[in-house]
Ligand binder design. Structure first.
Ligand SMILES: C[S@@+](CC[C@H](N)C(=O)[O-])C[C@H]1O[C@@H](n2cnc3c(N)ncnc32)[C@H](O)[C@@H]1O
Length: 314
């Protein structure tokens, strides 16, 4: 591996202060890659395949420089002995893909508004249920849970049969960097323009001349936490709806199955699970049933009724 060492001109010392570490890309060896690959999967669930080796190096190189690591093995050693999780959080921030946008894929939000909210709101009115609980798992910078919250506020505005405090949205992400952005709810014009209809922008955001801030009434509906989805059984209460879209795509099949099994326990009977457009439930079809809505909208319904022999509500 080749590094640039800046040598102090006056003393000739290769001191730490004088050293500038710029790891050259394409130089990680296979065994160091495998060590980091296993470590990253253990701290995040994310499985980085061999063909992503170059991506891993480019994303880790700023951390290598910051911690003055001369080899990827050095970085690995610091990471596995990291008691404060500072470096592991930096690694997680670097390796996660946080791509997101407003009302992503549109159809899930239409299904939520036209079918699920309608049904659950009527259950509230008839006294069958008290609240609607929704979990956005792997929420990135907040666009997904805020889109859910806006969908609910729009539903309430048109139907006026439930109150905003009868809905709770819980949102988590493993990356502390994105959770901080989500909590602030402040976005650049570029970020705002990705999927946000202009009438929604006018109603639910304020502009300070540079950035757009989400309205407090939307913020109030969402609770954000920096949490690993794999430990969800320890911190997520029973939910009616789970959005877990484009989050498990980097997990191995085995790790995905663990998460789906946890979802089955967290989701109430006849609850709903939304996955991303390109995702499927794989071998978990004995826990969830796939339904089609609005021609292309998919959702998964918990099959608890099979176990408890209850008829399906929908
Ligand atoms: C591609 S984004 C998807 C965001 C949003 N759900 C959407 O579809 O627009 C995936 C997010 O999952 C998060 N993530 C990855 N592994 C996670 C884990 N083990 N626990 C919680 N979040 C995780 C990443 O940090 C990233 O922000």
């Amino acid at each position: 591996m080749v590094f640039n060492l800046r040598i102090n001109n006056k003393t000739g010392d290769k001191t730490d202060n004088a050293r500038v570490v710029t790891p050259e890309l394409g130089t990680i060896n296979k065994s160091d890659f495998q060590l980091l690959q296993n470590h990253i999967e253990s701290i995040s669930g994310i499985s980085i395949t061999m063909h992503k080796m170059y991506l891993l190096q480019s994303r880790l190189s700023p951390i290598m420089a910051e911690y003055k690591c001369l080899t990827y093995f050095e970085l690995y050693k610091i990471a596995v002995t990291d008691k404060t999780n500072k470096i592991n959080n930096r690694i997680i921030d670097a390796i996660t893909t946080n791509e997101t946008l407003w009302f992503r894929d549109k159809t899930p939000f239409l299904i939520l508004k036209d079918i699920i909210l309608k049904k659950m709101a009527l259950e509230i009115v008839s006294g069958k249920r008290k609240k609607i609980r929704i979990w956005s798992a792997g929420c990135s910078t907040g666009q997904e849970p805020y889109s859910i919250a806006i969908t609910i506020l729009e539903y309430i505005k048109k139907n006026n049969i439930i109150q905003p405090d009868q809905v709770e949205i819980f949102a988590n992400d493993i990356s502390s960097r994105v959770i901080e952005i989500a909590k602030k709810g402040v976005y650049s014009s570029l970020e705002i323009d990705r999927g946000l209809p202009s009438e929604i922008k006018k109603q639910y955001f304020s502009f300070d001349g540079k950035n757009w801030e989400i309205h407090p009434k939307v913020k109030k509906l969402v609770c954000f936490f920096q949490k690993d989805i794999r430990a969800s059984l320890n911190y997520v209460s029973m939910q009616d709806i789970i959005f877990c879209r484009n989050t498990l795509i980097y997990f191995s099949t085995l790790k995905k199955m663990d998460v789906f099994n946890a979802f089955a326990k967290i989701l109430r009977p006849n609850g709903y699970l939304f996955l991303g457009g390109a995702e499927s439930i794989l071998d978990a079809t004995d826990i969830f049933t796939m339904k089609m809505f609005k021609n292309k909208g998919l959702y998964y319904k918990n099959n608890f009724f099979r176990r408890f022999k209850q008829p399906p509500i929908l």
